[in-house]
Design a protein around this ligand. Structure first.
Ligand code: CO
Length: 465
């Protein structure tokens, strides 16, 4: 037995979860050499919200960050998170954009791409998986883990088999809400390992306080890799902390064999960074607490705080419990989607509308209608006819792969921004976040000619950098 492997999330999920993805490349640079020497299986460094945050808030080129990281990591694999056909955005992109994005991600230094779909509709993973493999990368497909009457062990085992058959190099059980219970994980991983040959990685969040135990049972059941975050940015809504997990496995067959002295030095470094973000008010100590509501309602922590702010905006915070009880009903109506972006937003907003307006489905967001029309993929179970009727009337439901409806769009995108293009990758930044990328390109230009960027447009000043 060669021990369990560790993916360190400090440069992506850890700071995305605790400080809204605000860590700057310059804050990462001084510690990269040490991170590279620890013996991690991989470093998760890119994807998720890092791309958007770089362009929007930090005024950094995300592609340049990736190249800098690649240059500094000489021994360790670099990993990213990709939302299938949605890439890092919130809609479906045409296949030519997905292919180009994946190629450039690998071309600029990514080794492993973790690809997931909010609905676990594998048709939304296919283009990204195939392109990753063609470009020489490792395609890891992720199962979005959720709890519902239809999400049982058999469902997940079948999904894992389907993913292996479609060419995945490994699979990840992605528990974004931190609700995967230890003994469920044990059973789940044992059964998956009986059916597939490729490695299994477990990704959880400490949100509800159970993820350490879940990792231990997962490891004992045969999980090959787990995701942890160096302790100053571990726990809370982030991953279980790296050092205690490594220490717990010492002198066991699962010993990851990481350099503990180096881990402690890295920990010291990030303690100072954390201190700074606490003092700035960017790190809200609340996100470090155990959130028992997540255990009770099985909704992710981020969704809970979104619901609070939506209700506050409506002056209806006293309806919070009612909304939490409406969430499972809306979820059932919509065929039990996992509560991850963009489904968590849709279910949350619909639940708020249903409660605050005093009548269910009196108002329906456009996204919910499009979802029911089949434009995001296939619901876990078919949506009942009477619900369909309420939401989209007699409109037809599309049952094909959503991206098949999209024409190639790369050439038109290039044409739109030709005056700003400095590198091939710019068109991808623009495809994902058109307005934000344009603002960034203008900023980049202004900086080059040393124009005072405060004189540009109002929008820059409002960015909470
Ligand atoms: Co995560």
């Amino acid at each position: 037995m060669s021990g369990v492997k560790i993916t360190e999330t400090i440069l992506r999920d850890a700071h995305q979860s605790l400080i809204a993805t605000r860590m700057k490349t310059e804050e990462m640079l001084p510690i990269l050499e040490k991170l590279d020497q620890v013996g991690y299986y991989s470093l998760e460094v890119w994807g998720g919200a890092t791309f958007d945050s770089c362009l929007r808030f930090l005024k950094e080129d995300p592609w340049e960050r990736l190249r800098v990281l690649r240059k500094n990591f000489k021994n360790t694999k670099l990993q990213m998170l990709l939302r299938g056909q949605n890439l890092l955005g919130y809609k479906h992109y045409s296949d030519d954009v997905v292919e180009e994005f994946v190629k450039k991600s690998i071309g600029n230094g990514i080794d492993i791409i973790r690809i997931f779909d909010a609905l676990n509709d594998t048709r939304n993973l296919r283009t990204a998986v195939e392109t990753t493999k063609k470009s020489g990368g490792h395609a890891q497909t992720a199962i979005s883990y959720t709890v519902s009457p239809v999400h049982n062990i058999d469902y997940y085992v079948n999904l894992a088999i389907e993913m292996e058959n479609m060419g995945a190099d490994s699979i990840c059980i992605k528990d974004m809400s931190g609700i995967l219970l230890p003994y469920v994980a044990e059973k789940l991983i044992k059964q998956i390992k009986e059916e597939i040959l490729i490695p299994v990685q477990v990704h959880s969040h400490f949100t509800s306080g159970i993820a350490n135990q879940t990792y231990m049972k997962s490891i004992e059941a045969g999980a090959d890799i787990i995701d942890t975050a160096i302790s100053p940015f571990g726990m809370g809504t982030s991953q279980p902390a790296t050092e205690p997990m490594v220490a717990s496995l010492k002198n066991s067959p699962y010993d990851p064999g990481l350099d503990m002295d180096l881990l402690l030095e890295i920990s010291e470094y990030f303690k100072d960074i954390k201190e700074k973000y606490i003092n700035d008010g960017v790190l809200d100590p609340k996100v470090l607490e155990v959130n028992v509501k997540t255990l009770k309602y099985q909704v992710p922590g981020g969704m809970l705080s979104n619901l609070v702010s939506q209700l506050k905006a409506q002056g209806a915070l006293d309806r919070f419990e009612d909304v939490l009880e409406e969430v499972p009903r809306v979820r059932e109506d919509l065929g039990y989607p996992p509560l991850v972006t963009p489904m968590s937003q849709m279910v949350g907003t619909q639940s708020v509308f249903n409660v605050v307006l005093g009548e269910r489905y009196k108002m329906i967001p456009k996204e919910v209608k499009n979802y029911v029309k089949g434009l995001y993929g296939k619901p876990t179970v078919p949506i009942k006819d009477h619900i369909k009727k309420i939401i989209i009337g007699n409109e037809k439901v599309f049952t094909g792969r959503p991206a098949d409806l999209l024409e190639p769009e790369l050439d038109a995108l290039k044409e739109n921004i030709k005056e700003y293009i400095e590198q091939d990758e710019d068109v991808l930044s623009y495809a994902l976040f058109p307005q934000v990328a344009l603002d960034y390109f203008k900023y980049r230009e202004a900086k080059k000619y040393k124009i005072d960027t405060n004189l540009l447009n109002e929008e820059f000043k409002t960015y909470p950098i």
